[in-house]
Design a protein around this ligand. Structure first.
Ligand SMILES: [Ca+2]
Ligand SMILES: [Ca+2]
Length: 582
């Protein structure tokens, strides 16, 4: 979770940001690339002519193979909830302290109360940050206890969040609404107050305690024991057996659908292979018993690194020795920030659409089973909205067609067009940000709750559930757009499972990303304009590989027929467009 060795991409385009920052999203732009904007103030649409395509790429990964049957994981649309911050459903149990700006009153009842809202965003899965007992009030850092990332009892739900039966209620009710449930597994480190066998279920009688060590010498494990954490030693087989049992138990007993795995590099890849097998067996046993839920067995690693090779070795293992089959796509996350938003370095670091398919994030080094999970933010990084504000790329007071909201929509559209699982951090659906925060706080940030690595943990905002919260028109518009995108993704296998053929993303202007997605008979053209000027794309039928009519999938009244061997497609500034290829 925190204190990760962050691989941060540095910008090559700091100066470009000044040119980009000058204009609004509504047509007042000066960055039209053609140099023909002098004098009258009229902005000519940016024109591109494309007569050939760049070819099929990255179709070795399992989600890019055009088949829905290749992996159910590819269709996941996850919603991450920071439990301690999200929604206060039970005022008798509150942490009242923690890292970040929320009031630290969140609990399981608050999530149950919010399930209809969560479902309405279009997601089909929940990821809850850790919910196990963290021995509140007993350790050296009470704020850390609230995060859940330092558990003292893996078999007891945190009394500050609810009870074991309340957790079962949450899983059951989420399943009734068609939502998978994933827990957050921290299997490399724990609370200094660890009591691993205190509430051991009868079905696991005889299980030995995992072994802890002051410092774990193995090269894979970056954990060092301290006044706030214990470290698990996987050189002792008891440790592996313990976590195999924990991981399988929540599938068997509660019917969870899998795990998100915190700081996955703290557990050796060989151990992950065995823990994964344990979860897969428990999931298969439920399926054999006729259970509908608790049968997916999805496991996704957090290896916070922009270097694909490190993600590959620490999370995926190798083709001959697979470890985990999915990992968060940090490399492409950084690519999205560069192309559509900004990294946390203060000034704008906007590059161009080439960051969306660069050699450092194109997935080419991963084994074929790899299932990267793309996200736009999480509890450890500033929210996308605050990064936009930091880089002077818009504000939430912008109109719904203003830059702040368009950049959110552009990022959501790119995620929608990317094969494989995707994850939204709570509040992104409404473009949430923290009022009064945009610049990085360097002095006393922990006490202020405004360090970059926890400032995104704002209170959840759920209409009708969160007292005093009413969505603005812009927030409602963004959430409605996201729901439409996610329905599109559900309806069109080309989006979540399709191969990707890159049509254009190069000179003379690299700020428009154009690709087609294909899953047998489902064929979609996706165009993303990362410029602040509308683009008119003249696309040859040869480059697209089709001659039939194009139908805008978000506006069926918008159809485009080829004429003279070309399609002429207008792509508004900072907008992603989807067309059915006929
Ligand atoms: Ca509470
Ligand atoms: Ca802000």
């Amino acid at each position: 979770m925190m204190n990760s060795a962050v691989f941060k991409r540095t910008s090559l385009a700091m100066m470009m940001a000044l040119a980009l920052a000058a204009c609004g999203g509504g047509g007042g732009g000066s960055d039209n690339g053609g140099g023909n904007n002098g004098g009258g103030g009229e902005v000519t649409d940016y024109a591109l002519t494309i007569s050939s395509n760049a070819g099929k790429t990255a179709d070795t990964l399992i989600c890019n193979q055009g088949s829905k049957s290749s992996s159910e994981f590819c269709g996941l649309r996850m919603y991450q909830i920071m439990v301690e911050a999200y929604v206060n459903g039970d005022p008798t149990i509150d942490y009242d302290t923690g890292y970040g700006p929320s009031k630290h009153k969140g609990d399981l009842q608050g999530i149950i109360n919010s399930l209809d809202y969560i479902k309405s965003t279009g997601v089909n899965a929940l990821w809850l940050t850790p919910v196990f007992d963290s021995c509140a009030g007993q350790t050296a850092d009470p704020k850390l206890e609230a995060t859940g990332y330092f558990a003292c009892d893996y078999f007891k739900i945190d009394p500050k969040f609810g009870t074991n039966s309340k957790f079962q209620e949450l899983v059951t009710k989420a399943h009734e609404k068609g939502l998978y449930v994933f827990l957050d597994g921290v299997f490399g480190h724990a609370s200094t107050k660890l009591k691993p066998l205190a509430n051991l279920p009868a079905s696991l009688a005889g299980l030995s305690a995992p072994k802890t060590a002051a410092s774990v010498p193995n090269g894979y494990n970056t954990c060092t024991a301290s006044t706030t954490q214990a470290c698990f030693d996987y050189s002792d087989s008891a440790t592996l057996e313990y976590f195999k049992a924990v991981a399988a138990y929540y599938v068997s007993q509660y019917g969870i659908d899998g795990w998100r795995l915190d700081q996955a590099y703290q557990v050796p890849a060989t151990a992950w292979a065995e823990i994964r097998a344990s979860v897969e067996q428990a999931s298969a046993d439920r399926a054999a018993n006729g259970e509908k839920w608790g049968t997916l067995g999805y496991m996704v690693a957090e290896v916070w690194d922009g270097n694909q090779s490190k993600v590959s070795s620490l999370a995926y293992g190798s083709a001959s020795k697979p470890a985990l089959k999915s990992a968060f796509n940090f490399p492409l996350y950084y690519g999205m920030l560069q192309a559509i938003g900004a990294e946390n370095g203060g000034a704008s670091t906007s590059k161009d659409a080439t960051s969306l398919f660069a050699s450092w994030n194109d997935g080419s080094v991963y084994p074929a089973f790899a299932t990267p999970n793309l996200f736009l933010g999480n509890h450890d990084v500033p929210r996308f909205g605050d990064l936009l504000q930091r880089a002077n790329m818009g504000n939430p007071t912008d109109s719904s067609t203003g830059e702040y909201w368009l950049r959110h929509k552009a990022a959501f559209s790119f995620m929608t067009a990317t094969s494989g699982p995707i994850t939204f951090y709570y509040g992104e659906e409404i473009g949430d940000q923290l009022d009064g925060f945009s610049t990085a706080v360097t002095s006393n940030c922990a006490d202020l709750g405004r360090c970059d690595d926890h400032v995104s943990r704002t209170d959840g905002k759920v209409p009708g559930v969160t007292a005093g919260y009413t969505a603005t028109a812009q927030q409602t518009d963004l959430k409605t757009y996201l729901a439409a995108l996610l329905k599109l993704r559900d309806d069109h296998p080309a989006l979540a499972y399709g191969s990707l053929t890159r049509i254009y993303q190069a000179t003379p202007d690299a700020q428009v990303f154009i690709a087609r997605k294909d899953a047998t008979s489902d064929n979609v053209l996706y165009l993303l304009n990362t410029k602040k000027t509308d683009a008119v794309v003249t696309l040859s039928t040869a480059a697209l590989g089709a001659t039939g009519e194009l139908v805008n999938l978000l506006d069926s009244s918008n159809t485009i027929a080829a004429s003279g061997g070309n399609y002429v497609i207008k792509v508004p500034a900072l907008t992603g467009s989807f067309y059915q290829i006929n």
